[in-house]
Write a protein that binds this ligand. Structure first.
Ligand code: GLN
Length: 305
């Protein structure tokens, strides 16, 4: 593991300088494009970390996977999936197209429209952003904070997300207050984590919903399977197919440069490098995972897992 990780980081570092930091959210534009870090939590509770693994960054879309877990636990899958589907879109994460052409409900909870709709449902059902944050702190086993600058920056410039939300309100996919829903969504995207936190979230899913440290059940194996399957089909937006072939791990990325990934039954992984490819995924992060997957035989359809 340790040599593989060192080699993977060296391989991923070879791609630093390629890709582009997200600047459509102005406050993200200053992220350190030359940073790359990774952390792996194995089932025995050991963390293996390299590079800029402890750099804090905003979760962005990675939070959508955690919001889905929270929504499933609080409201149950029938209610959640009455508002949002389970199909990949093949479109970019912030596309509005299929909201009109494929019916009014967002196709899955990992595109912006789907996560905004899920947040809307959470608030309609009387839950609050603070409760979601507390849930997340329980998973992370530490207090979490929001990057207020990124939050305000996205709130000021998030007109596309605002359009998605009002479009869905007009179709009753969002039934509560649109601005309150967006506010909670922007806050959620601005929660600060490092790769170690992501590795922990990943290991909980890899461990079929049980806390790897205490054995405490956090979510059912059924819900863990459901979330992991959606991570496979939709977690890397419109490059989920290519990522599945090359890396073969359930994963969820965010435009902050983080990727949460996992190896079933074995490990949770967090990787961070803020320069993105043209699909909005961490370029060096993917390269690092690609190397690691091949070097250690971690693809879900390889080896005898
Ligand atoms: N906050 C970002 C947005 O809404 C999240 C997108 C992402 O990480 N892909 O655009």
């Amino acid at each position: 593991m340790d040599q593989g990780l060192t080699d993977a980081l060296a391989y991923g570092s070879g791609y630093l300088g390629q890709g582009k930091v997200a600047d459509y959210i102005p406050a993200l534009a200053g992220a350190p494009a030359d940073h790359l870090g990774i952390c792996v939590l194995t089932r025995d509770g050991e963390f293996h970390c390299r590079g800029h693994w402890d750099q804090m960054f905003t979760m962005q879309s990675i939070s959508k996977a955690l919001l889905l877990i929270y929504a499933l636990l609080e409201l149950g899958h029938e209610k959640v999936f009455s508002r949002v589907g389970v199909e990949p879109t093949g479109d970019s994460f912030n596309s509005i197209v299929k909201l009109e052409t494929k019916g009014h409900h967002p196709l899955n909870p990992f595109i912006n429209a789907g996560a905004i709709a899920t947040m809307g449902l959470i608030l309609e059902e009387g839950r609050t952003f603070v409760q979601f944050m507390e849930f997340l702190e329980g998973l992370a086993r530490r207090p979490l904070t929001i990057d207020e600058t990124v939050y305000r920056s996205e709130k000021e410039t998030g007109d596309l997300n605002r359009s998605l939300a009002y479009f869905m309100k007009s179709d009753q996919v969002i039934q509560g207050d649109v601005e309150a829903t967006l506010d909670a969504y922007f806050r959620m995207c601005s929660i600060l984590v490092n790769t170690r936190d992501l590795a922990r979230f990943g290991m909980i899913l890899a461990n079929d919903g049980q806390d790897p440290l205490t054995g405490e059940p956090i979510l059912s194996a059924y819900y863990a399977t459901l979330v992991k399957t959606l991570m496979v089909t939709c977690g890397m937006y419109d490059s989920s197919g290519e990522f599945a072939i090359k890396v073969g791990m359930p994963a969820k990325s965010g435009v902050g440069g983080g990727i949460l990934a996992l190896v079933q039954g074995k490990a949770g992984l967090g990787v961070y490098s803020p320069a993105l490819d043209e699909k909005g995924n961490s370029l060096c992060g993917i390269k690092t995972l690609e190397y690691l997957s091949q070097a250690l035989d971690l693809h879900y359809f390889k080896g005898n897992q």
